[in-house]
Design a protein around this ligand. Structure first.
Ligand code: FES
Ligand code: FES
Length: 398
């Protein structure tokens, strides 16, 4: 993690970010500025366009760490901007949007054209907007909206600004490239997180600071001491965890195993080890693990802290969880924060169900959907289905 300081929409921000995090993810996931949209994530569609030191830039191909010291303006920061206000009115008047997905990026690119084009020449506007794709409206209304704003401003005597205010040559944001923290990252070879314990020759499991942490909980219809005993039986816990299997003989304080994850087009077999800590007095525990997948060259570190709380006069247990993780490599590119969170929630629900069956003496159903793999695609579809149903129910209540 690297500490950066930047100004976002005039607010000074200090944050610790992973070197691989792009600016759009940082703004959306850490600062909740979701007006910056993501389409292609390859610098092609322009949906993620924002202003970096006053210049339009693609936030999906800009690392957040490279913006240390920079001034970032997203569409939210242009609420009171004069040109953007005129453009918004013109977009509405000229029917220049339908779904609006491209609109934040389109407005920011259009603002740059209004700033610097001397006349509303259609060819120049079309060339200037060629890096922003609109999939549903088409460009006639958009171009007309930009033309009218340029015409009205020039008629009012507002002159164009040559270069739109550009003061330095080079890529947008390159004025901040002297930051030692950023050049350190570029110069440093990738370190191997996996090290071996010198005494035992086994994989050492270091403590780490998770990049993401979230809370979850579930209830089990058995008393806390029984649940605590069960959670101490590593082989049984692995049997209840979808996609997990042991690769070595487990010890009470250490386990080696594998978990299979399928997320989008990538399927990964994370092989690794976990350290187990348990405190009987507080009915709590901690599992710290790390694993890597050779095929996708992905590496993950995770930490699960649990605390058992007696409920229903001690007849049942609420299991409170804190789940933290860091993910690196190819899988990290597609594992959006919300998707991982939803997957973990589903994994927790499956685990809770299996735990309940196990405590009831019913064999865990190994053929049940999701019990073999942590399958991102099927889970994603079921999540989307659930969300759609929720929205329909909400609409019907109105
Ligand atoms: Fe950045 Fe498409 S999401 S250019
Ligand atoms: Fe829908 Fe442009 S308005 S993509």
């Amino acid at each position: 993690m690297t500490m950066i300081g930047l100004t976002v929409n005039t607010r000074a921000i200090k944050a610790s970010v992973e070197p691989r995090t792009h600016l759009a993810d940082f703004l959306r996931d850490s600062l909740n500025l979701t007006g910056t949209h993501l389409g292609c994530e390859h610098g092609v569609c322009g949906a993620c366009t924002l202003l970096l030191d006053g210049m339009p830039a693609r936030s999906c191909i800009t690392y957040a760490v490279a913006c240390d010291g920079a001034r970032v303006t997203t569409i939210e920061g242009l609420d009171d901007d004069e040109i953007t206000t005129e453009l918004r009115a013109a977009f509405t008047r000229e029917h220049a949007l339908q779904c609006g997905y491209c609109t934040p990026g389109m407005l920011i690119a259009a603002r740059d054209l209004v700033l610097r084009l001397p006349t509303s020449d259609e060819h120049h506007i079309r060339v200037g907007l060629s890096g922003n794709l609109c999939r549903c409206t088409g460009y006639v209304g958009i171009v007309r909206a930009v033309r009218t704003v340029i015409d009205q401003r020039r008629e009012r005597g507002v002159m164009p600004i040559s270069g739109g205010g550009r003061q330095t040559l080079g890529p947008v944001g390159s004025g901040n490239a002297t930051n030692p923290a950023v050049s350190d990252i570029a110069a440093k070879p990738a370190t191997k997180a996996e090290t071996r314990d010198e005494d035992t020759g086994t994989m050492a499991i270091p403590d780490f600071t998770p990049a993401k942490v979230f809370k979850d909980q579930f209830t089990v219809a058995y008393p806390p001491d029984r649940v605590f005993d069960m959670l101490g039986d590593v082989a049984q816990v692995a049997a209840c965890l979808p996609g997990a299997s042991l690769t070595g003989v487990p010890a009470p304080e250490r386990v080696e195993g594998m978990i299979r994850v399928k997320l989008g087009p990538i399927s990964a077999d994370f092989r690794g080890a976990a350290r187990i800590e348990r405190v009987l007095e507080t009915l709590s525990g901690r599992i710290v693990g790390m694993g890597s997948d050779q095929r996708s060259r992905s590496l993950t570190q995770g930490e699960i802290c649990y605390h058992l709380v007696p409920i229903e006069q001690g007849a049942a247990t609420r299991v409170e969880l804190s789940i933290g993780y860091s993910l690196k490599g190819m899988l990290a590119q597609i594992a959006r924060d919300g998707l991982v969170r939803d997957l973990a929630a589903r994994l927790t629900a499956d685990f809770a169900r299996n735990l309940d069956r196990h405590l009831s003496g019913i064999p865990v159903d190994a053929t049940a959907e999701g019990s073999q793999n942590l399958n991102g695609v099927s889970l994603l579809f079921s999540l989307l289905r659930e969300r759609a149903l929720k929205n329909i129910r909400r609409l019907l209540k109105r």
